[in-house]
Design a binder for this molecule. Structure first.
Ligand code: CP
Ligand code: NVA
Length: 342
C-alpha cells in the first residue's frame, strides 16, 4: 500500500536533532500503520526505543508534541496497561484519547470495518485497536487514511514488545547479544518478542509444549531478520534447556483472552513450563524475570519469582507508556513540535 504520509507531513520533520536513526524513522513512519512490529525495520525499532528513553528522561520536552491530536481506542478485549499507557501517553503530550468499549460488540458486527475506518478518519488522527482477529486490524489499516496501531490481536502484541526491549536496554545497556528466553504459549506476545528480539540482535530461545509452538510464518520472518542482525532463534520443548544461561526469562499466561474455553485442557500441559525458583536457578546469575501482565499467580509463574529481586515486570509496565509515546511521536509527526528537534 502507498505511504500515507503526505509530502507536507514529511517536510515538517526538521533534521536538527542529530540522531540519524530517529530522523530516518520520523521521516518514513509519519502517517504509517503499525499492525505488526515487522512493519518497522530494525533501524526503526532501535530509533523508537532511543526516542522512548529520551521521552522517559525528558517528558517536558514532549509536553506539546501532539497538541490537539485525537486518538480513538476501540477495544474488543479487556485492558489495564495498554489502555492507560496510551491515554496517559497522549494526554501528557497535549492530545486527547477517546475510548470505545467494543467488548460486547466486536468490530465489523454493527457496521463494516471499512465503513468504520472511513468515518473515524474524519475525526481522529490515530486509531488504536485491540481485537481478536488480526485481520480486523489490517483491514482497518487498509481502509484508513490515519495511522492504525495494533494494541494486541490474537496474532501479535507489538507495543508490548517495544516496551519490553526498552526495559532490557535500560537494564543491560543493549539488547544486542543478549540471551532472551520465552517459556510458555507460542502466542501473540511470544510472536512480537521473537520479531523484536531478531530486530535488535538478541538471541531468542522459545520453549513451548508440543502443539503450542509459535506460528511458522513468524518463525521464518524472525529468522530472516535475525540473520541480518547476527542473532539466532531456537525453538525447544524443554524449559530447563531453554533457560540454561539466559539473561532474561519471560513468560505469559497459558490461556490468552479468547481461549478461556481451553483452560482445563491447557492447565496440565503447561504445568511443567511454570517459571519458579528452580527454573530461574538455571538461568544466568544476572538474569531478569519478565512478564507482560496480567499474571495468573502461581500458575505460569510463582509469587516468589514474580515478586522476587530478579523481577522487572513493573518496569516493563511503566515503559509501556514511554515506548508508546515514542511510537505516537513517530507515526503522528510529533517531533515537528519538539524544541530539541528544531
Ligand atoms: N500487557 C498488557 O497488554 O496488559 P493489558 O492487557 O492490561 O493492556
Ligand atoms: N497473551 C495475553 C496477553 C495479555 C496482555 C492475551 O492475549 O490475553
Amino acid at each position: 500500500m502507498a505511504s500515507k504520509a503526505t509530502i507536507e507531513d514529511r517536510d515538517t520533520i526538521t533534521p536538527v536533532y542529530k540522531d540519524d536513526d530517529i530522523l530516518a524513522a520520523a521521516a518514513r513512519l509519519a502517517g504509517e500503520d503499525m499492525c505488526s512490529i515487522a512493519d518497522l525495520t530494525s533501524g526503526e525499532v532501535r530509533a523508537t526505543l532511543k526516542l522512548g528513553h529520551d521521552v522517559k528522561r525528558n517528558p517536558r520536552e514532549y509536553r506539546h508534541a501532539l497538541d490537539a491530536k485525537q486518538m480513538v481506542l476501540m477495544f474488543e478485549k479487556a485492558s489495564l496497561r495498554t489502555r492507560l499507557a496510551f491515554e496517559t501517553g497522549i494526554n501528557t503530550m497535549g492530545g486527547n484519547a477517546i475510548f470505545v468499549d467494543q467488548t460486547s460488540s466486536p468490530l465489523g458486527e454493527r457496521e463494516a470495518i471499512a465503513d468504520i475506518a472511513r468515518n473515524v478518519e474524519r475525526w481522529v488522527d490515530v486509531i488504536v485497536l485491540r481485537t481478536y482477529a488480526h485481520d480486523t486490524i489490517t483491514e482497518m489499516a487498509a481502509n484508513s487514511r490515519v495511522p492504525v496501531i495494533n494494541a494486541l490481536s490474537d496474532f501479535e502484541h507489538p507495543c508490548q514488545a517495544l516496551a519490553d526491549f526498552m526495559t532490557l536496554e535500560e537494564h543491560f545497556g543493549s539488547a544486542a547479544g543478549l540471551n532472551f528466553t520465552y517459556v510458555g504459549d507460542g502466542n501473540n506476545v511470544c510472536h512480537s518478542l521473537m520479531l523484536t528480539g531478531a530486530q535488535l540482535g538478541a538471541n531468542v530461545t522459545v520453549a513451548t509444549p508440543r502443539g503450542y509452538s509459535p506460528d511458522i510464518e513468524i518463525v521464518t520472518k524472525a529468522r530472516e531478520i535475525g540473520e541480518a542482525n547476527g542473532c539466532e532463534l531456537r525453538l525447544l520443548q524443554d524449559p530447563q534447556a531453554a533457560v540454561e544461561g539466559a539473561d532474561a526469562v519471560y513468560t505469559d499466561v497459558c490461556v490468552s483472552m479468547g481461549f478461556e474455553h481451553e483452560s482445563t485442557k491447557r492447565a496440565p500441559i503447561f504445568r511443567p513450563f511454570q517459571v519458579n525458583d528452580a527454573l530461574m536457578q538455571k538461568a544466568a546469575q544476572r538474569a531478569v524475570f519478565m512478564h507482560c501482565l496480567p499474571a495468573r499467580r502461581n500458575a505460569e509463574v510463582t509469587d516468589a519469582v514474580l515478586d522476587g529481586p530478579q523481577s522487572i515486570v513493573f518496569d516493563q509496565a511503566e515503559n509501556r507508556m514511554h515506548a508508546q509515546k515514542a511510537l505516537l511521536l513517530l507515526l503522528l509527526g510529533g517531533l515537528a513540535n519538539v524544541p530539541s528537534f528544531q
